[in-house]
Design a protein around this ligand. Structure first.
Ligand code: ZN
Length: 396
């Protein structure tokens, strides 16, 4: 499990179905947010099934514990709440859920959320005929369900946080509901989760019924995080890996990609945004024109990326993927081209990392930072490379 061809999942969003189809050789599968899965009546499920990629449904439960203005509750939020159980909808409408609301209904909530995931393929298959006909493909009599099931989960700051035992209880309750499916609970912690509790955490999740573990450090912005935080994340991966269970990093950028060198099996990211996520974020996504600079392994606005290229000159910060081969200002790229370029770059990052030793990958980060010191570029544009190298060095 989680030992896929590339070890790379994408977060699905339904605005760009064509994108996911055109690039289907560049990722292993899709993580579908529950709110989007809920609109299968409008075709999400049908599309996903005909894509014939692995997929899993992220219940996005932490939204229910998020404290935000109840006046801005949207339909997608209500759909998430409803899948978690009708009994919590009225509470969610009036205030954030408390751990004490969930504790008495763990079994009920786990059953509701898992049955939604198990039913997804069957209910979505009704839409498949339409897509298959459009694509001139044969309709299959049966489409496979999710590659693994994800129990409802909440965010916590440590083992003494009241949400911690509730999350663990939901994961354990989900074992009883998984049938023949594989199950991967989410360990959703804040970056401040105490390292002194890693052993106990690992012990808690050493359950036979958990086929894999998903790690989600809330709002971990890899290019802003200090080396100490990133190294701690690395040690968490190493510690959890000793359980012998495959690990999946939910929402990650290049640093998480490199953690595959220390035991992370697979990771996911969104396209164009979403290398990190605040699970309490409740507003819709906003399209920002961003260009992923390959050698810096992070996004910048297209304007900033253009400035960096101009300042450094030559080929150093240029990309040679077939989207970028035709020379023009980055600000002239279409939104689609910005996404195409990113996914091609991500694929080459994965392939390069697979073929290299961690030592060499660290040396490359340092070499880039050293080279950029010769230019009038603010340090914060590339300081993350130093932080990453510092964080990873003890593992090399
Ligand atoms: Zn490119």
């Amino acid at each position: 499990m989680f030992e896929y061809r590339l070890g790379h999942f994408l977060t699905y969003h339904h605005v760009s179905q064509d994108f996911f189809r055109r690039h289907r050789d560049k990722y292993d599968g899709l993580i579908i947010p529950l709110s989007i899965a809920c609109v299968f009546r409008q075709g999400t499920g049908g599309f996903v099934l005909t894509l014939k990629k692995q997929y899993a449904l992220d219940p996005r439960t932490p939204l229910l514990q998020a404290d935000f203005d109840r006046g801005s509750i949207r339909r997608a939020h209500l759909e998430i709440a409803d899948v978690h159980g009708p009994s919590i909808v009225s509470t969610f409408l009036s205030r954030p859920l408390q751990a004490t609301d969930v504790e008495p209904i763990e079994g009920e909530m786990a059953r509701a959320v898992l049955s939604f995931q198990k039913e997804f393929a069957r209910q979505s298959a009704e839409k498949v005929d339409k897509y298959a006909a459009l694509l001139g493909e044969d309709v299959e009599s049966e489409y496979s369900g999710p590659d693994f099931l994800i129990p409802p989960y909440f965010r916590y700051a440590g083992r003494r946080d009241p949400w911690y035992p509730v999350s663990l209880g939901l994961a354990r309750a989900a074992v009883r509901e998984k049938e023949d499916f594989r199950l991967a609970p989410v360990l959703h912690m804040t970056a401040g989760f105490p390292e002194t509790e890693f052993d106990a955490l690992a012990g808690d999740y050493d359950e036979r019924g958990f086929d894999g573990l998903i790690v989600f450090v809330n709002n971990l912005q890899e290019y802003l995080a200090p080396a100490s935080t990133l190294a701690k994340y690395g040690r968490l991966v190493v510690r959890l890996r000793r359980l012998g269970k495959p690990l999946f990093g939910l929402f990650g950028g290049y640093f998480t990609l490199l953690l595959r060198k220390v035991g992370m099996g697979c990771f996911s990211n969104a396209v164009g945004y979403g290398e990190y996520r605040d699970s309490g974020y409740h507003e819709g996504g906003q399209a920002v024109r961003r260009y992923y600079v390959p050698r810096l392994h992070r996004y910048f606005t297209d304007i900033e990326a253009q400035n960096l290229q101009a300042t450094v000159g030559g080929a150093f910060l240029r990309c040679d993927c077939d989207t970028c081969r035709r020379r023009r200002p980055l600000t002239n790229y279409t939104s689609q081209e910005l996404l195409d370029h990113f996914l091609k770059t991500r694929l080459s990052e994965i392939q390069r990392a697979d073929a290299s030793d961690l030592d060499d990958l660290i040396a490359e980060l340092d070499a880039t930072a050293t080279a950029l010191e010769d230019y009038p570029i603010p340090f914060d544009r590339y300081s993350h490379l130093r932080e990453w190298a510092t964080a990873l060095r003890p593992f090399a």
